[in-house]
Design a protein around this ligand. Structure first.
Ligand code: 0RA
Length: 642
């Protein structure tokens, strides 16, 4: 049996027992919800990726089995099985039962992957009710098995000789512990997107995902690495130049070499999309690699634009945000000792990385621009357009700001304002359609209720920059009526109403308008939502009369309940309201506006964020996610009409 100098008792760091993991699972895998469950798979896959990065593995297969277990198979060197000096047990048993054990987890071999918490496969074992491992190594097939993390007494076995044509490798199969995880169901799409991402980040590794329950299979293999990642991200966008800009550099740190790779391509969109990774981990909170990239990008583009006289149309220089508008980029660094910080440990902290990425971008992007003047000019003119729009939006923002709360002359003509000037009492109803708007104006309590009718759809705030959005009369009326201004100019103390009530129909169009409104408020007037000023009116669907009394029902079920329980099955009249427009002023007051009778739903920031997300998916450029979304939500979003 081989005695690898890198793998011996000296390297084993015994830190804690598996009991600690079972007691506080969230510390090790993030949570006991779906996220933590999926993390188990990633932890094993990360070990296989390490084998690939060390040059020993090029195929990884992940299978979700029919019995709820997952198998991860790779063709790496195999987990060592030789007897461990200190523990007098096979190495595989030590690796599976001792936290932080394993020669490869100590950085002596060039290990750059590693899960979010870098704790290894023993955590997977600790959180599984059963785990089986099959290893091909040292001329034989070996097996071992574990029960709630404990090695089974007769579990370790040499099964047979390895045939001459057989490759080495590891197969880990685990059954997640349902006493620990709230759910033990694996979501295909979740696994799929992470494994696809890993395949982009590690070119040359073929990763297959298979699910017996879903009867699905996909293989990901990308020779082009993050270049192909950028092409994939831009598949549904319109690109401004054909070639993906790509470069890689190696920098030195005290811990060893850092590898930096960057791929980018400009699109005609307004939303930028920059993804930064460190050691294959999606650093959603950013960090030094991202900062270095942004700083150098802004400088290089401005230097190029200045020396080629491309900035004559704007005042001053391009801002970083102008340059990043519509830019798709992937940054991937591999560091021998990454420091992860931040709330979710997804922010790269190593300070030396910033300068290394900066000089890589400075050198290589600078050269690229000199060598590709057409692409360079395209990128610069897109940024110049963005800068012009930014300046126009700033002006428009200032214009929407009411100069004084008393200056009623500048209020929109469509607004039927209330008499009180006390925001604590004042309510603004934003009403869908002129006819409902008319009824609301007649039915309201004019002392404290204002009505602003909105006609038709507002507009697609996803596709347009703020300056275009502000050209829309409906939006301007809304902003002027509320009185706070928007964006940087926003001042909540200027809000003329503390209740802003969206009154829309309970149908497809109503839902659509509500989503548009919420998205606008979320993006440009968010403090209103945070302060809890925003509400949705809940107009009833049915009005039931019985023995001289009226009862309103919001849903089909409620109508049935009232008809049965209140009217004994035989109501005098059941009226169905098709929409707000069908109610007369008195009915509208009684059912929807009267503070003593109405039901208001306060919109939380989470509601608005969900509307915003839904909106991005439904209205954005990306076709695939939209199809996927509609497929997944076809039940609850029957109003989708785009
Ligand atoms: C410890 C040491 C070595 C490899 C591994 C563990 C290893 C772990 C897993 C988990 C899934 N697949 C894996 N493949 C390998 C290095 C072995 C050597 O030096 O030969």
């Amino acid at each position: 049996m081989s005695q690898d100098p890198e793998y011996g008792a000296g390297q084993i760091q015994v830190l804690e027992g598996l009991e600690a993991v079972r007691k506080r699972p969230a510390m090790y895998v993030g949570s006991v919800e779906a996220r933590g469950l999926h993390h188990l798979v990633y932890e094993v896959v990360d070990n296989a990726i390490d084998e690939a990065l060390a040059g020993y593995c090029d195929t990884i297969e992940v299978t979700v089995n029919g019995d709820g277990s997952v198998t991860v198979a790779d063709d790496g060197r195999g987990i060592p099985v030789d007897p461990h000096e200190e523990y007098d047990r096979p190495a595989v048993e030590v690796i599976m039962t001792v936290l932080h054990a394993g020669g490869k987890f100590d950085n002596k071999s060039y290990q750059v992957s590693g899960g979010l918490h870098g704790v290894g496969v023993s955590v997977v074992n600790a959180l599984s009710k059963r785990l089986e491992v099959r290893i091909k190594r040292d001329g034989a097939v070996w097996r071992h098995s574990f029960d709630h993390g404990e090695p089974e007494p007769e579990g370790f076995e040499r099964v047979r000789d390895l045939r001459p044509d057989e490759e080495t490798g590891t197969e880990v199969r685990f059954w997640p512990d349902d006493d620990i995880f709230e759910t033990t169901e694996f979501a295909y799409t979740t696994l799929e997107s992470r494994l696809r991402e890993l395949a982009f980040l590690n070119p040359g590794v073929a990763i297959t995902l298979r699910s017996e329950p879903d009867d699905r299979e996909s293989t990901f293999e990308y020779e082009g690495g993050i270049r192909e990642f950028v092409e994939y991200l831009n598949e549904t966008r319109d690109v401004l130049h054909d070639d993906v800009v790509y470069f890689e550099e190696e920098g030195e740190t005290g811990d060893g070499p850092v590898h930096v790779e960057i791929a980018m391509q400009a699109t005609d969109g307004v939303q930028g999309s920059i993804h930064a990774f460190a050691n294959n981990i999606n650093t959603r909170e950013g960090g030094t690699h991202l900062t270095g990239f942004k700083t150098a990008l802004t400088r290089v583009i401005n230097d190029y634009a200045t020396s080629n006289d491309l900035l004559s149309e704007i005042d001053g220089t391009l801002k970083g945000e102008d340059i990043r508008e519509g830019l798709t980029a992937v940054i991937s660094v591999k560091h021998p000792d990454p420091q992860f910080e931040g709330q979710t440990k997804t922010k790269l902290g190593n300070s030396e990385v910033r300068g290394i990425v900066e000089s890589a971008v400075h050198e290589d992007l600078g050269t690229y621009l000199e060598e590709h003047p057409d692409t360079a000019e395209t990128i610069v003119s897109k940024a110049v357009e963005a800068a012009k729009a930014r300046m126009a939006a700033k002006k428009a923002e200032e214009l929407t700001r009411r100069k004084s709360a008393l200056e009623t002359t500048s209020l929109p003509g469509k607004l039927a304002d209330c008499q009180t000037r006390d925001p604590d009492e004042a309510e603004l109803f934003i009403v869908e359609g002129d006819s409902a708007g008319g009824s609301a104006k007649q039915g309201r309590a004019p002392e404290y209720q204002a009505v602003l009718p909105l006609r038709g759809k507002i507009l697609n705030v996803e596709k347009h920059r703020l300056d275009r959005i502000l050209e829309n009369d409906q939006i301007r009326n809304l902003i002027t009526a509320i009185g706070t201004g928007i964006g940087e100019e926003f001042d909540i103390s200027e809000s003329r109403y503390k209740k802003i009530i969206m009154m829309t129909d309970a149908d497809v169009d109503g839902a659509h308008i509500r989503t548009l409104l919420l998205t606008f408020l979320y993006r440009h007037m968010r403090p209103l939502l945070e302060a809890g000023y925003v509400y949705a009116a809940q107009p009833p669907l049915y009005r039931i009369r019985y023995n001289g009394e009226t009862h309103d029902a919001m849903t089909e079920e409620e109508r049935e309940r009232i008809v049965e329980e209140v009217c004994g099955g035989s109501p005098d009249q059941v009226q169905r309201f098709k929409g707000l427009g069908e109610m007369n002023p008195e009915q509208l007051w009684d059912t929807t506006m009267d503070p003593d009778e109405r039901i208001l739903k306060r919109i939380t920031i989470e509601d608005a964020a969900a509307a915003d997300r839904m909106f991005s998916v439904l209205m954005g450029d990306a076709v695939e996610p939209r199809k996927q979304f509609i497929k997944e939500h076809s039940g609850d979003a029957d109003w989708v009409d785009i």
